[in-house]
Design a protein around this ligand. Structure first.
Ligand SMILES: Nc1ncnc2c1ncn2[C@@H]1O[C@H](COP(=O)(O)OP(=O)(O)OP(=O)(O)O)[C@@H](O)[C@H]1O
Length: 373
């Protein structure tokens, strides 16, 4: 039975493609809730009936819930989001189940691409807000499990050379009842090729890496690691760490924690940069001391992890594999590790170390440090 439905949009489609098998069959969709409205698309929660054989024999049961992301279809070139979602298969990346094109009801000429994905009940932005309202933070064991899963998704994506390019709490889906995390929104993602420029005006302001702010076009997947650092910082602080009021003043906010960017940073990122360099030192202590001041309520291992991630030079910024082996996650490696999901009195064990052969090859010699004891 579909959950409580107030305003339903039910429609039938003659041809829907199943992602894994590429089988095409008819489908009936029932959309009953709008769960996301972004710059590019709208996301609906829905249940569906899918004909599971070539003769159109339909399941009589409603399946779901699913999340359907609807964006105007690209006419000239292939959708990168669809291409990337079809390529990836990882426990910490939202999975694509079906896809179809459909003309809009109101504007008949506009064709929309619909991506039918597994649906998660929450995202990190909502979770951070939920705890902040009661003057708490997300419990530390949950933060560790979430951060570990986020770094694992990045190890995998970056292993393909794919950069997500829009890491932020609302694009990180979570299920608070299982403490599972999955990255969503691959609308900005791109496979970065060596020495091939990419646009620098991507990523939401608060989460933009410093090299993007100064207009670097030969950036790397390390821009996502910066985003990961900002998300971890936000879980500890309950609010975004760098809240610039304009694209350029974003760099000033960063300099309040990291000190002024070194000249070499501008030269390496974009020798043509002529904007404000924020050369004034805005605090007198060391950068380590500054981190301790800003994250005064956070544990030492978390501060150490952030010191290794929130670094101007992307070459010196921790890689996903270095993040995964950081002592911040040691607690997760105990076979007795468990978490109490919000509102539940029974603890649950998490399966965080089920690395695939591809992930193990990316971890290389560091894989021996990621064993449950
Ligand atoms: N599979 C899903 N399950 C549950 N919620 C989802 C799912 N996919 C997306 N959402 C929610 O819908 C919101 C918008 O989706 P998405 O980010 O993909 O669209 P967008 O148009 O690119 O948005 P934005 O411009 O905010 O980045 C997400 O922030 C997320 O909270």
């Amino acid at each position: 039975m579909p959950p409580n439905i107030s305003q339903v949009n039910e429609y039938s489609l003659p041809e829907v493609t199943e992602n894994i098998s590429s089988a095409v069959a008819p489908m009936t969709v029932k959309e009953y809730k709008r769960i996301g409205e972004g710059a590019f698309g709208t996301v609906y929660e829905a249940v569906l009936k899918y004909a599971d054989d070539a003769h159109g024999n339909s399941n009589s049961e409603w399946l779901g819930p699913f999340a359907i992301k609807r964006v105007p279809a690209q006419t000239e070139y292939k959708s990168r989001e669809l291409e990337i979602l079809r390529l990836v298969n990882h426990p910490n990346i939202v999975s694509l189940r079906f896809y179809f094109d459909k003309a809009s009801n109101s504007q008949r000429k506009t064709v929309f691409q619909n991506l039918v994905m597994e649906c998660l009940p929450s995202n990190l932005q909502s979770e951070i807000k939920y705890y902040r309202q009661s003057k708490y933070t997300i419990p530390y064991p949950h933060m560790k499990a979430y951060t570990f899963q986020l770094a694992r998704a990045m190890l995998y994506l970056h292993g393909f050379g794919i950069s997500h390019r829009d890491i932020k709490p609302s694009n990180i889906l979570v299920d608070p009842s299982t403490v599972v995390l999955k990255i969503c929104d691959f609308g900005s993602a791109k496979k970065l090729e060596l020495n091939q420029p990419s646009v620098s005006y991507i990523c939401s302001r608060y989460y933009r890496a410093p090299e993007l702010i100064v207009g670097c076009s030969l950036y790397t997947t390390k821009i996502d690691i910066w985003g990961l650092g900002c998300v971890v910082a936000e879980m500890f602080l309950g609010k975004p760490i760098f809240q610039g009021q304009s694209p350029e003043s974003q760099l000033k906010e960063i300099s309040k924690l990291l000190g002024p960017p070194p000249n070499t940073f501008f030269f390496k990122s974009n020798p043509q940069y002529r904007g404000n360099m924020y050369t004034n030192k805005l605090f007198s202590c060391s950068v380590e001391e500054r981190f301790k001041q800003i994250f005064s309520n956070s544990p030492a291992d978390a501060i150490d992890l952030l010191l290794k991630i929130l670094v101007y030079d992307p070459d010196l910024r921790a890689s996903p594999r270095r993040v995964l082996v950081h002592p911040f996650f040691d607690e997760l490696k105990s076979k007795d590790f468990h978490v109490y999901p919000r509102g539940q009195s029974e603890p649950i064990h998490l399966n965080l170390f089920n690395f695939s052969d591809f992930e193990l090859s990316l971890l290389g010699s560091l894989k021996d440090e990621l064993i449950v004891r």
